[in-house]
Design a protein around this ligand. Structure first.
Ligand code: NAG
Ligand code: NAG
Ligand code: ZN
Length: 610
């Protein structure tokens, strides 16, 4: 159930901005023609007539699409507004909801609004992914994707196909970057890590530098041409890497696999995507988002170069979605807020939060734990920031007016972040409700810390699909006691947490938010399985469909200080909404079958139509 690219329906000539160029141009070309004979006049008239039909058709459809005052009725509206919940109709005017209620009442109050019959389709507030990586996902769409390759030779075949489809790479000696390999499904290598030679054996693959993310983004696999370019960025053989590893053979030679912190070290050697490629990436990812009903995301770690690309896209009207961007520093240990302009840009980009990283991931034993892992007692994870600087770093960002959002997977990381927030709040006489500090992932929480989220008002920003992706091994890794505090959505709510922001962490998981809603509601993988059977993995932690929807709408908005403008279909809010072909809230069996048919931002269709 990974996302697909190019899944959009064929474009009608009216569906895009291209038509704007066609309208005046089509007439202007026809007019200056001065045919000297009658058959030429006739021919010209036929041409003009045909053009007018096209233009008229487009105008009608454009009007329908770009109407600014309209009444949507005969809909099943899930408002996510606690006061109303369900409605059959609403009115949009100048990009905002101005009324929600029954058709009879709204028709009377808004006689001038153009009516749209939603034909009993389901409408929800525009979905917001509370934790995704926009440009990374866009680039991932353009990269080589070897996901599902069942052997190393299948990986090679996939890469050759990619080279065939992208001849510029071999011509220019560009890098091949890609993702998706998983040695745990390769019997030919006894499930061990691959090496550079495994790629070099194909002469075409030997010639271009290749760097491939493992499925979980916690390892790189490089060929020899790539290793030659990155080797100088890594420490000498025998020198350990804190929180990572550059795997070497018995002779001290790099084998071609780098883990965690070793991956960060070679970042400077990796190619920066060109401006044209970033533009293409943004187009691919934003299109995919709106096709899935997403009208916004919280972009979980935006460095300065990405911020520039986002602003440029907004200037050029290439940004159909809203981005609540968490800034990310070149040096994660230092405050760098001055590199960014706070505030909202072009009504599409909001900057006022920072993403810090406290630990690694549980899949590679990198999540920082209070006690050693149950399946490897030699490991207890690692911190990505020195423990003693955490409180000061939080304080410095907070003093500068930033919301502080910290990546914490392990129970130790979560505890340290809560400690840091707590001391900041008590020293400054503020509370979490005002500052809305967030813990990104909040994946494994010690029992004693669950209630602290509630008492401190710290927002857990969680990814339901991580639970279903990890559930096959995580119980063994954490042991029977600690696993009860993992992906513990219900425990957090029961402890008094009011808002859980939900997201996907794309590109690590799929973009489609229904995958997350499905995981939240069922604790099953998309095929309907779990290690605890068909009722789900630790089913007592399930969310209701409404709670899951709230996590992707109103609670997401809350976590971005945007609950007055976004997150529900309520009078006064911006008219962001998505139309689905079936009711996935009343019937869980529908969640993965539901298809988004239209998405609106500021009352305008950015995908599909009602
Ligand atoms: C690389 O791995 C393959 C197995 O996939 C093995 O046959 C080969 O000897 C390894 N090469 C090196 C240089 O380690
Ligand atoms: C936090 O502060 C706000 C206003 O400053 C107040 O309304 C709220 O009750 C406080 N919350 C807690 C949990 O103390
Ligand atoms: Zn992330």
């Amino acid at each position: 159930m990974r996302n697909r690219l190019g899944g959009s329906p064929p474009k009608s000539p009216c569906a895009s901005d291209e038509v704007a160029a066609l309208l005046p141009g089509g007439l202007r070309v026809a007019k200056p023609e001065r045919p000297s004979t009658s058959w030429k006049i006739l021919a010209a008239l036929v041409v003009i007539g045909a053009a007018l039909v096209i233009v008229a058709t487009c105008l009608i459809r454009r009007t329908r699409k770009e109407e600014s005052y309209y009444l949507v009725h005969n809909a099943v509206v899930h408002t996510v507004d606690p006061a109303v919940q369900r409605a059959e109709a609403f009115v949009v005017k100048d990009g905002r909801f101005v009324a929600v209620g029954t058709y009879a009442q709204l028709k009377q109050e808004h006689p001038a609004a153009v009516g749209f019959d939603a034909k009993q389709q389901n409408i929800v507030p525009g979905l917001i992914d509370s934790h995704g990586h926009l440009i990374e996902q866009g680039l991932a769409f353009l990269q080589a994707d070897v996901t599902g390759s069942a052997s190393i030779s299948a990986v090679r075949q996939n890469l050759i196909r990619y080279l065939d489809a992208n001849p510029v790479i071999e011509r220019e000696g560009d890098w091949v970057t890609g993702k998706g390999w998983d040695q745990t499904i390769w019997p030919e290598t006894s499930f061990k890590f691959p090496n550079a030679t495994d790629l070099d054996v194909d002469h075409r693959l030997a010639k271009v530098p290749i760097c491939l993310f493992r499925l979980d983004y916690h390892a790189f696999w490089l060929n020899t041409a790539a290793l030659e370019r990155v080797a100088s960025y890594l420490p000498e053989p025998g020198v350990p890497i804190d929180g990572g590893e550059a795997i070497r053979d018995a002779n001290g030679h790099l084998t071609g696999v780098l883990l965690d912190r070793a991956m960060d070290m070679i970042e400077g050697a990796l190619p920066q995507p060109s401006e044209a490629r970033v533009k293409e990436a943004l187009k691919a990812v934003t299109r995919n988002m709106v096709e899935n009903g997403l009208t916004g995301l919280h972009d979980a770690g935006v460095p300065p170069w990405q911020m520039r690309a986002l602003r440029k896209a907004i200037d050029e009207k290439r940004m159909p979605i809203r981005n609540y961007a968490m800034v990310r520093c070149p040096n994660p240990e230092k405050y760098c807020g001055d590199l960014f302009e706070k505030g909202t840009y072009g009504d599409r980009l909001t900057v006022g939060s920072v993403k810090l990283f406290l630990d690694g991931a549980v899949g590679s034993w990198g999540a920082a734990m209070l006690d050693p892992y149950s399946d490897d007692s030699s490991k207890s994870g690692f911190l990505r920031l020195p423990e003693k600087i955490i409180p000061d770093l939080i304080a410095e960002w907070a003093d500068n007016g930033f919301q502080v959002n910290i990546h914490c997977i392990g129970d130790r990381a979560n505890k340290l972040a809560l400690d840091g927030f707590e001391s900041y709040f008590s020293q400054h006489g503020v509370n979490g409700t005002e500052r809305r500090m967030r813990i990104e992932h909040a994946q494994i929480i010690a029992e004693a810390d669950i209630a602290r989220f509630a008492s401190l008002g710290v927002i857990p920003s969680m990814q339901p699909t991580h639970a279903t992706t990890d559930m096959s091994y995580v119980e063994k890794r954490l042991g029977p006691k600690r696993v009860r505090g993992a992906y513990a959505w219900r425990s957090l709510l029961s402890a008094g947490v009011k808002h859980i922001a939900l997201g996907s962490d794309f590109p690590i998981e799929g973009v489609n938010p229904l995958l997350g809603i499905h995981a939240a509601v069922t604790r099953l993988d998309p095929a309907g399985h779990s290690p605890h059977g068909p009722n789900g993995w630790f089913p007592e932690q399930k969310l209701t469909p409404m709670e899951a929807l709230r996590g992707f709408t109103l609670d997401a908005a809350w976590a971005a200080f945007q609950e007055d403008e976004l997150g529900s279909i309520a009078v006064g809010k911006k008219a962001d909404f998505a139309v689905f072909d079936r009711d996935f809230l009343s019937n869980g069996a529908n969640i993965l079958q539901a298809k988004c048919v239209a998405t609106f931002v500021d009352g305008q269709a950015v995908f599909g139509m009602i």
